[in-house]
Write a protein that binds this ligand. Structure first.
Ligand code: AMP
Length: 191
């Protein structure tokens, strides 16, 4: 199965992606994690990304699509993947579509996890990550609204976007995601 998970920062994309990846034996591709690891290891990518991430800004589309190209070309994704944190701009979404065409990857499911702004601020403030201070949080939420929400509209034009409420118990949210994913599968089998 191939899944893209969309949603604002702090909504629990990482947590839910990890659970889904484990249950379905998918590769969890988190661009935030890839970048944080690069910063930690002090690689060239990490040096470029650090200040941008600390400010809650977005790393450039060309760097990001390069990272995703490497991931999608690796054998590790043969069993399927869940893409978490990418695409974050419509340019990234368009480039990703081209990449999927090129690599003959199709049948992508789009999940969108949602929560209201107060809840997101509360959650991010409690995470203790270095990009979770109050200025960075509000910048990240603004950037989400301006640059990433249009990605959802982009996908709505060609695909079904599954909306999930990201509030409440982690396991219940996860069950809801599974119900949606299974529904689609049954529909496909009967089609
Ligand atoms: P995340 O863990 O997904 O919230 O990502 C943490 C930070 O990494 C973001 O605030 C951005 O600075 C950067 N980042 C992650 N994914 C992307 C992306 N697809 N495009 C641009 N920047 C990204």
């Amino acid at each position: 199965m191939r899944i893209i998970i969309l949603g604002p920062p702090g909504v629990g994309k990482g947590t839910q992606s990890a659970l889904i990846a484990k249950k379905l034996s998918l590769k969890h591709l988190s661009t935030g994690e890839i970048l944080r690891r690069a910063v930690f290891e002090g690689t060239e990518l990490g040096k470029k990304a650090k200040a941008i991430m600390d400010a809650g800004e977005l790393v450039s589309d060309s760097i990001m699509i390069g990272i995703i190209r490497d991931c999608l070309q690796s054998k590790e994704i043969n069993q399927g993947f869940i893409l978490d944190g990418f695409p974050r701009t419509t340019t990234q979404a368009e480039d990703l579509d081209k990449l999927f065409d090129e690599l003959k990857i199709d049948d992508i499911k789009i999940l969108c996890l949602n929560a209201d702004k107060d809840e997101l601020i509360k959650r991010m403030s409690g995470r203790g990550r270095r990009d979770d201070n109050i200025e960075t949080i509000s910048n990240r939420l603004n950037i989400y609204k301006e640059q990433t929400l249009p990605v959802k509209e982009y996908y709505r034009k060609s695909k079904k976007v599954y909306e999930i409420v990201g509030l409440g118990d982690i396991d219940i949210i996860n069950d809801n995601i599974f119900k949606l994913l299974t529904l689609k599968d049954e529909h496909n089998v009967n089609a």
